[in-house]
Ligand binder design. Structure first.
Ligand SMILES: [Zn+2]
Length: 287
């Protein structure tokens, strides 16, 4: 059985899958880039959806710089997935954001360093336009689903993706603010770019987890979560957002049509027309 939709879940994703009764575990997918993370097939009502827990299933085994993004995206393509909703809990650079607020960012600044970020090593292909960087169709459906549950959904947010696993310095956060970034996280790059290379629709949904360094005045507290950057009240608000996030994603996925008309589905068309690539996407990858 295959599902055409996938959710790449954050560190809390496995708890949700577990509540669904565990969902079926698929055989690990061996890819040219190594083994993918565990993939589960969940049946939620009439909707089939693949779920990957990006950081592992027992907590936080793999930090963001060491997630095998290429293996995960390759495996989902191999399984026939056409649309990915990616779940992320970034920090807020814009103090106007509320903790627990759910939104769909509109753009990304890639500040990662050294992560393998393309399938096309050693090939002269992959100059792909990144505006819109996220699937516009999925983004619109997710925003509507958020509005229904939350009453409103902010637009125009820019997510800066840092290397991690360390958190950012206050000076770095001030620098990112000058770029126009309003959110900071560690996971959407290169995931979004890799999905585009394989013509998979990709869109993130974010819940604000905390305020980034220096945005609000927080004393250093040794031994606490984020060393005191997050209050218990804020943590409760973020946890409440995590509870409704899967339902919002499923609401949005239930509305998607069978046929894709967005540009993501043909992002490699220029190379196809030129005869540089064939119909079998596996042959696009040199490895
Ligand atoms: Zn799309």
């Amino acid at each position: 059985m295959v599902a055409r939709h996938a959710i790449i879940a954050g560190s809390q994703g496995y708890r949700w899958v577990h509540r669904l009764g565990g969902a079926a575990v698929l055989e690990p997918i061996r890819t040219p880039f190594g083994l993918s993370a565990t993939i589960r097939l969940a049946l939620v009502g009439d909707l089939e959806v693949m779920v990957i827990s990006r950081h592992g299933e027992s907590g936080y085994e793999v930090s963001a710089p060491f997630v095998n993004y290429r293996a995960n995206i390759w495996a989902l393509k191999e399984l026939g997935v056409e649309r990915i909703v990616s779940w992320s809990g970034p920090g807020a650079i814009d103090p106007g954001l509320a903790i627990g607020e759910i939104l769909v960012p509109v753009d990304i600044v890639d500040e990662t360093r050294g992560r393998p970020s393309t399938f096309f090593e050693g090939r002269g292909i992959g100059f792909i336009r990144q505006n819109p960087v996220f699937c516009p169709d999925l983004a619109e459906r997710l925003r509507r689903a958020i509005e229904t549950r939350q009453g409103q959904c902010r637009t125009g947010d820019v997510y800066v993706c840092t290397q991690g696993p360390r958190l950012e310095t206050a000076a770095e956060i001030r620098k990112f603010a000058t770029f126009g970034a309003t959110l900071v996280g560690m996971t959407l790059a290169p995931e979004a770019f890799l999905a585009r290379e394989l013509e998979i629709c990709y869109c993130p949904i974010c819940y604000v987890t905390n305020y980034a360094e220096g945005v609000v005045d927080r004393p250093y507290q040794s031994g606490e979560l984020f060393e005191g950057m997050l209050t218990q009240e804020e943590k409760s608000k973020a946890d409440a957002a995590i509870e409704i996030l899967p339902e919002i994603i499923l609401d949005a996925l239930r509305t998607v049509p069978d046929q894709r008309t967005c540009p993501c589905a043909r992002s490699m068309e220029r190379y196809r027309r030129r005869g540089d690539i064939g119909d079998d996407w596996r042959s696009w990858i040199s490895k």
